[in-house]
Design a protein around this ligand. Structure first.
Ligand code: 5GP
Ligand code: ZN
Length: 112
C-alpha cells in the first residue's frame, strides 16, 4: 500500500466507497463525480502508478481486469454497450496515480 494514495486508502477501506464488486485482485466502485448515469472505476488491489509504468510482470493482472469488465457491465445493466477509459499521465488527464479503468454507460455517450 502506498500511504499517500487515495485509491490505496479506498482499497484498505480507510476512505469509504460505494463498492459494486470485489475479489482478491480488483475492486470496482462508483465514481464520486459520475460523468455518465453509470460510472464505475475498477482498480487492482495492488498499487500500480499508471499504464505508463506497467511492465510484463503486470500482464496477467491487466488481462484479468479487462476480462472482468463484461461481467461488471452486465451486472450494472449496461446492455446497450459501454465505454472503458484508462487516463494516463498529466496529458492524458490522470488525476489519481493508482491505475484504474473507467466503465461508463447507461445511455448513449457523446462521441469521444
Ligand atoms: P482519472 O482522472 O485519474 O482518470 O480519474 C479519477 C477519478 O476518480 C475521477 O473520475 C474522479 O471523479 C474519481 N474520484 C476522485 N476522488 C474520488 C473519491 O474519493 N471517491 C471516488 N469514488 N471517486 C473519486
Ligand atoms: Zn495506490
Amino acid at each position: 500500500m502506498m500511504s499517500d494514495c487515495l485509491f490505496c486508502k479506498i482499497e484498505a477501506e480507510e476512505i469509504p466507497s460505494d463498492r459494486v464488486y470485489e475479489d482478491d485482485k480488483v475492486i470496482v466502485f462508483k465514481d464520486i463525480y459520475p460523468k455518465a448515469s453509470v460510472h464505475l472505476l475498477m482498480i487492482p488491489r495492488q498499487h500500480i502508478d499508471s499504464l505508463a509504468t506497467v511492465t510484463g510482470k503486470d500482464q496477467d493482472l491487466l488481462g484479468y481486469m479487462l476480462a472482468k469488465v463484461p461481467e461488471i457491465a452486465r451486472d450494472a445493466g449496461l446492455d446497450g454497450g459501454f465505454r472503458t477509459i484508462i487516463n494516463t499521465g498529466a496529458d492524458g488527464g490522470q488525476e489519481v496515480f493508482h491505475i484504474h479503468l473507467h466503465i461508463l454507460g447507461g445511455s448513449k455517450l457523446p462521441f469521444a
